[in-house]
Design a protein around this ligand. Sequence first.
Ligand SMILES: *Cc1c(COP(=O)(O)O)cnc(C)c1O
Length: 400
Amino acid sequence: MSKWQELEARYFMTTGKRQPVTIVRGKGVKVWDEDGKEYLDFVAGIAVNSLGHCHPVVRKALSGQASKLIHVSNIFYHIPQIQLAELLVQNSCMERAYFVNSGAEANEGAVKLARKYGKLHLSGAYAIITAMDSFHGRTLAMVAATGQPKYQEPFTPLPEGFVNVEFNSIEAIMEATNEKTCAVMLEPVQGEGGVNVPNDSYLKQVRAWCDERGLLLIMDEIQTGIGRLGTLFGYQQFGVEPDIMTLGKGLAGGFPIGALLAKETASVFKPGDHGSTFGGNPLACAVGYETLKFILEKDVVSNVSRLGDHLKQSFNKLKATFPFITEVRGRGLLMALQFNGEIAADVVKTCLEGGLLLNPVKPDAIRFMPPLVVKKAEVDKAISILTSALEKVAKDKKLM
Ligand SMILES: *Cc1c(COP(=O)(O)O)cnc(C)c1O
């Protein structure tokens, strides 16, 4: 262990597994550790570093705004917040935006909005149907929304009003709906739960059911939004429009931000209903605005769909070579390889040694989420490191 890793073990409140590497610098799709070893970063801060590391647009927006105005509170008008809201509204099906500091905080806002809507329009209905294997964040209410018992069990009793049902089953949502239901909240493609893509008809059926029952459809686009799937927003891939949408992760290219967006009909907050000290501060919004403007102007989203296709083709070749790869799934630059055994940690560790950062999203699956600006040569290099790692793991574990 290096000195930093020893110090961490002594002083830090360990809440998750870390890979044994201390990253000190990044540029584009590359990062370097404390010994100067170079890695291709196909984790990208968990789909956060949308423009790669330390992109000039992000740096310029940060330093420019830092010398103008960093924080002023939400009791005054300030410009970057309004610019970012306008840009998001003009480029989505949404009509209003509000900014917070994280994904979980955006989802909390979405739930408050849906509950208020329930009080106004659905006789006080407050319950929200969410999916198994979803991920909505780590606050208590979002742990209740997240349909994964491992995140819930240590913290019961959880806030009430969330029902977790099978993903990709309209029947499960229909069965769970009752007079207490005010909304359905889903990720268009589940990220943390394993990169699970629903059937093409699922979200359309959910939309129709919500319309029939007068329920709100909330889409958690914290991971899928801002280009990740090859369209600016994930809902565009499935031909549906949500009533409420949340964003986070890649929105400000690495700077912390969350956003809550809503159609006018669902936008029921009145002054005093919601707030956030740091939410929507000029610094975060200026970086978000410049990042999004760059993504739109440079059509970064078509790079995502082009290289997403290339990544998928390369994975399908690997699947043909390595029989223990059972599935290639995902959209755009959010992809996963499924194995028929719990070898994800070994593959990720071997890739790390070879200079490629990946995420073992499940014991038997790895997730790929490179920066949206990744180049073909970088994808090819990653595939070559991955191929060697798969060969080594196959040999060590006698898989073929
Ligand atoms: C990461 C994530 C969250 C939580 O975001 P935080 O910024 O960690 O609070 C919520 N929903 C989805 C889909 C995510 O991927």
